[in-house]
Write a protein that binds this ligand. Structure first.
Ligand code: DCP
Ligand code: CA
Length: 397
């Protein structure tokens, strides 16, 4: 199923906040950045000021030359931060999958959310709430991926909505100038121009090897973007992409019960961190470094996400057995990583036993938080009892 992603961007943000507090500024050319006789640049320009050619980043003196009757305002950052927090709070009311970008932009993944009607109806509802509560206008781009949603919101500005239907991405992008694509600055634009390319459609048709030769790895990204391909997820802030723990052995070893016990201990640490973030993982990776410093990793991915120590360990243990049976060499370091993470509580209506395991793990987490990690040990980690006090020092990468 195609994803449905919103890119929501407040119009002329700093200026609009000032206009919301001083209605006499509405409909006028307004510049936030400071007095025009001082050094400094334009931070935000109202759409009326933009008609005179005033743009963000331009020296204030130049802005004054272009439009002497514009109203120049110093700006007040705490006010903008406050408005930004309220804006993000409104958005968070519509979807938990929210990725703020700076103060006045956010991506939201609303795939499968149809309780508010069509995506367009939801977008209008969000815009209405922003307008009523904050007296600010927002533009929203709707598409199946981030890059197209972002460009659609640029086109929708000011105070509009543009929806690109799944499958229509290439057609939508084709006539637009290449610098509409994020990542195409003046330098890249010049390189593309030297190849005779000015529109996204021309860029999409350019053979990938040519683009790669001229722009390296960013050429590959641009090629995908130009073809409406962007697999980036909407990412919640502060979420880890992976969680790992590893430890170097005091003495290189092939002692399987010891390695298994260490692995269990590391899995419990990773599991505790995962649960503290309300995360769950689908992939478990084992890392072994041998005495000759050769390092191998082995992964297993499951369709079922988990945060249970038992499940993480049982997956890691299988990988350990396999690795040790394939290469009998002294082990110098052992580590475990969980990735392919998802966040938020998941309802598992038909599965009560993994849930029970998680409750048990959480109870153990609480006791360990209070009395220390070694206060509770599972059967398998008892093997490490003597090490806890001395040479077991897990490294946190
Ligand atoms: N900003 C800044 N300096 C810049 C660009 C932006 O201080 N060179 C600040 C002021 C803007 C805010 O960040 O109000 C958001 O930046 P945008 O690029 O989203 O610009 P606007 O919101 O002002 O306008 P638009 O309607 O084009 O989004
Ligand atoms: Ca903006």
């Amino acid at each position: 199923m195609a994803r449905c992603i919103f890119h929501i961007d407040l119009d002329a943000f700093f200026v609009s906040v000032e206009q919301s507090l001083r209605p006499e500024l509405q409909g006028r050319p307004v510049v936030v950045g400071g007095r025009p006789d001082r050094r400094g640049v334009v931070a935000s320009a109202s759409y009326e000021a933009r008609k005179f050619g005033i743009k963000a980043g331009m020296p204030l003196s130049r802005a004054y030359q272009l439009c002497p009757k514009a109203i120049f305002i110093e700006g007040n950052f705490p006010r903008y931060r406050d408005a930004s927090e309220k804006f993000m709070t409104i958005l968070a009311g519509y979807s938990p999958s929210l990725e703020p970008v700076g103060l006045d932009e956010a991506y939201m993944d609303i795939t499968g959310c149809d309780s508010h009607g069509t995506p367009c109806q939801l977008a209008e509802r969000i815009r209405r709430e922003i307008k009523t509560k904050l007296k600010l206008t927002a533009s929203i781009g709707i598409a199946s991926c981030k890059v197209v949603a972002k460009i659609a919101s640029d086109i929708a500005k000011p105070d509009g909505v543009v929806e690109v239907a799944p499958g229509a991405e290439k057609e939508f992008l084709a006539p637009l100038p290449v610098n509409s694509l994020p990542g195409v600055g003046r330098k890249t634009e010049a390189v593309l121009k030297s190849l005779g390319i000015t529109t996204i459609g021309q860029l999409a048709a350019l053979p990938l090897p040519v683009l790669k030769a001229r722009l390296g790895s960013s050429g590959v990204v641009l090629h995908n973007y130009a073809n409406g391909i962007d697999t980036r997820r909407v990412e919640l802030p502060g979420e880890a992409k992976s969680i790992s723990r590893e430890t170097t052995l005091a003495r290189d070893t092939l002692d399987q019960p010891l390695l298994k016990a260490l692995l269990r201990y590391l899995c419990e640490q990773v599991g505790a961190e995962l649960r503290s973030q309300d995360g769950q993982a689908r992939r478990v990776t084992l890392k072994l470094r041998y005495a000759d410093f050769d390092t191998v990793t082995r992964s297993s991915t499951s369709p079922e996400a988990t945060s249970s120590d038992d499940v993480i360990f049982s997956r890691a243990e299988v990988l350990l057995h396999k690795a040790l049976s394939q290469r009998r060499e002294l082990v110098h370091l052992i580590g475990v990583e969980v990735s392919a993470l998802t966040y938020g509580k998941q309802l598992r209506l038909f599965e009560s036993s993994p849930r029970r395991l998680e409750y048990l793990d959480r109870a153990v987490d609480r006791i360990r938080k209070k009395y220390g990690f070694a206060s509770i040990q599972t059967g398998c980690t008892l093997h490490l009892k003597d090490l806890f006090a001395s040479d077991l020092k897990p490294a946190m990468p």
